[in-house]
Write a protein of this length. Structure first.
Length: 295
């Protein structure tokens, strides 16, 4: 900790000297505030460009509809879109996939019915009402995550034991305005937030639409406890919005493992180990910084 503190102090002194001499490239600091100029991306060496081109050339160019059909053959995720009353999967997979695609690209059923040969608004509306629900999407996502977790290639990214979560806000317009909330953090218009948990294998194992005016920490536990996939999360990372002492002090099953909260601006952080009977909290800084640098 002392070594990290000294490094931080020296770095701040260096930045202060650059600011005082006006030598901080791309950054302007005045009494009114500061501004940062857009930074150019890192230039890749020519062999890397050649390799990227070679890899891209090997990837097949297929339609998104064909991709969905192929993924269903691998995972059988369409079996999770079941009838609301009978619990049986839909017989016409083509219509179910069309409704899913309409949701995914925000096209709407009317336009999809006009764009897809052989489809009609009446048929798609029937499928959407009886076979496509939030719980169906959750179960289908679980099937895909489990399948990906078992692929050997995924282990090169991670073991599926570490995860992180954050939210994405989406502005609402037209009739959707009534569904959103106003939060000055996201501008003056109504928005909604989709809060997503993602594993170290880059699988989004839990997603939910949350209130714009609620703290992210309120929903962090939902993804860790109710994702239903085969992933066993030992350590979870959030930003400052995902942290509260109350949430960190909650009793969780041992399978939930350790939770690390990564705070901004090098503020002292807290690491909490959960078990069924106890909760330990220890201040740490260097470990979390090292962890995130390799994450």
């Amino acid at each position: 900790m002392e070594e990290r503190t000294a490094l931080l102090v020296n770095s701040l002194d260096e930045v202060h000297g650059l600011v005082a001499s006006g030598s901080l490239e791309g950054i302007k600091i005045t009494r009114e505030g500061f501004s940062v100029s857009p930074q150019p991306g890192q230039q890749l060496p020519e062999p890397a460009h050649a390799f990227i081109t070679r890899v891209n050339a090997t990837l097949p160019r297929i339609k998104i509809t064909d991709l969905l059909v192929e993924v269903d053959r691998w995972t059988g995720f369409l079996e999770q879109f079941t009838h609301l009353r009978t619990g049986l999967p839909g017989e016409d997979r083509h219509d179910v996939l069309t409704v899913i695609l309409a949701d995914g690209i925000n096209q709407g059923l009317t336009r999809m019915a006009e764009s897809v040969p052989g489809s009609s608004l009446k048929r798609l509306s029937h499928v959407a009402d009886w076979y496509v629900r939030e719980e169906c999407y959750s179960r289908a996502l679980t099937e895909i995550v489990n399948q990906q977790h078992g692929v050997e290639l995924a282990t090169h990214w991670g073991k599926g034991t570490t995860s992180s979560s954050d939210g994405q806000h989406f502005p609402l317009g037209n009739t959707g305005k009534a569904l959103g909330h106003h939060n000055p953090k996201y501008g003056s218009g109504p928005v909604v937030i989709f809060y997503t948990h993602i594993s170290d294998q880059y699988s989004p194992f839990h997603t939910q639409c949350i209130s714009t005016n609620a703290r992210d920490a309120t929903y962090v536990l939902d993804g860790l406890l109710y994702h239903d996939s085969d992933l066993v999360i030992d350590e979870h990372y959030t930003d400052t919005a995902g942290f509260t002492d109350q949430v960190f002090g909650s009793d969780l099953p041992e399978s939930t493992g350790n939770w690390a909260n990564i705070l901004d601006n090098f503020i002292p952080q807290y690491r909490v180990s959960f078990s069924a009977t106890r909760c330990k909290s220890t201040a740490y800084l260097a470990q979390s910084v090292d962890k995130m640098s390799n994450y």
